[in-house]
Design a protein around this ligand. Structure first.
Ligand SMILES: Nc1ncnc2c1ncn2[C@@H]1O[C@H](COP(=O)(O)OP(=O)(O)OP(=O)(O)O)[C@@H](O)[C@H]1O
Ligand SMILES: [Mg+2]
Length: 389
């Protein structure tokens, strides 16, 4: 769709672009002191001049994108797309991707890679999502990585356990940013975990009480602003993408639910174009009991639906069998065999009921700082290693 530019030599073009590419384009154009519309013009022109199109680019989650191009260029571009048998969205994504690859950052920085995104989830409550999220985030930070730990659960257990206040309702937070109502930079809500062990590399995005209404708020936003065709499932990505350049790993502690917010987290964990298999994906803590198997099947079904609906890959990074106690007899031991026999996802660790975990929570201290040599801390390091293929 195109409409004329006020002075007549350009026309407004309405197409679609994935948020990841939109953000990279914005940053690179600024780094090169270019207008975005000139960058897109160069991208489209260069792509059309290629003997054939480039490799396919992941366009899932593409959202409305407008820019101004020289009159006639968009019609020529559409004709090229038709000749190459690709959609206009795919053609634009290929153009922009290639332009980014051929116009590197002048700062000499290597092309920005997406941070690894580890989504710790299970709609069953009390299985250890928060313990595992906190533990692996600490482990990555201990290893020298810059880590953002996201308390995505309005219960706010993770924030509480690290001694950080939750954000009161109505204030700027991840929730307001997911709903397009963010007022200031989301970075302003981030808290650095002040513990010498992590040398300021471990950051927390605290929970917000508004999160209890998140599913409803995302749904309303998608309807209200349908002109921009906002996709519900990319709400988390839209909020976090502005922070991604600051981190090597983002760990998300999910709530015990399977609603729209959960879909947004699963969608955020999908494998992006060029991203290695198993660097982002889901980690699922489970218990060695039958109800955990039922919960797992429901979650796996939801993941499968998303994969099909959006033609995306979501990698299983692994299972964690938590609070395991063989003294519970055949239910526990046969259930553990069941988890191990699944094979894919594989079991990253089997963890007993360990006192250091409960003590660290009571002391509101990071486990790896409170009891760095405990079995529980070692288990967290093992999971972190296993979840980065
Ligand atoms: N391996 C463990 N040993 C001892 N206590 C543990 C262990 N794992 C978790 N816990 C404790 O069990 C409780 C539940 O764990 P956690 O909060 O991590 O579960 P969750 O899945 O996040 O729960 P929710 O669904 O409510 O968010 C917490 O008090 C936690 O400290
Ligand atoms: Mg929790």
């Amino acid at each position: 769709m195109a409409s004329p530019y006020p002075d007549g030599d350009r026309e407004k073009v309405a197409s679609k672009l994935p948020p990841v590419l939109r953000q990279e384009l914005k940053i690179r154009a600024a780094e090169l002191s270019l207008d975005i519309q000139d960058a897109v013009t160069a991208a489209v022109t260069a792509w059309r001049e290629l003997p054939e199109g480039g490799p396919a680019v992941d366009t899932s989650g593409a959202e409305s994108y407008s820019t101004w191009l020289p009159a006639g260029l968009y019609d020529d571009f559409k004709a090229t797309c038709t000749t190459r048998g690709v959609s206009y969205t795919q053609g634009l994504a290929q153009s922009v991707r290639r332009w980014l690859d051929t116009n590197p950052s002048p700062n000499g920085a290597p092309p920005r890679e997406a941070p690894e995104r580890k989504i710790v989830c299970n709609q069953k409550g009390g299985v250890g999502k928060t313990a595992v999220s906190a533990g692996i985030a600490q482990s990555y930070a201990e290893d020298g990585k810059r880590v953002l730990l996201v308390d995505y659960d309005p219960q706010g257990h993770l924030s509480d356990q690290l001694g950080i206040d939750q954000i009161p309702p109505g204030h700027d937070s991840l929730v307001s940013h997911m709903c397009g109502d963010g007022k200031a930079d989301l970075r302003e809500t981030i808290v650095v975990i002040d513990d010498p062990r992590f040398e300021k590399r471990l950051h927390l995005l605290p929970a917000c009480f508004d999160g209890f209404l998140l599913d409803a708020m995302i749904a309303v936003q998608a309807v209200d602003r349908s002109k921009r065709a906002l996709q519900k499932e990319s709400a988390l990505e839209r909020a976090l993408i502005q922070l991604e350049a600051d981190y090597d790993v983002i760990v998300i502690d999910c709530p015990p639910s399977l609603g729209i917010a959960m879909d947004a987290a699963l969608y955020y964990s999908r494998r992006r174009t060029g991203e290695p298999v198993g660097s982002s994906g889901v980690i699922i803590p489970v218990l060695a009991e039958d109800s955990s198997a039922t919960a797992y099947s429901m979650l796996a079904g939801q993941i499968e639906d998303l994969r099909e609906d959006f033609s995306i890959d979501i990698d299983y990074l692994g299972l964690v069998v938590n609070l395991y106690d063989s003294r519970r007899g055949a239910v526990a031991t046969s259930s553990l065999s069941h988890w191990k026999n699944i094979g894919d996802p594989r079991v990253l660790a089997v963890i007993g009921d360990l006192k250091e975990q409960r003590e660290a929570v009571r002391e509101r201290q990071p486990l790896l700082s409170y009891a760095p040599h405990s079995d529980q801390a070692e288990a967290m390091r093992q999971i972190a290693r296993g979840a980065s293929w």
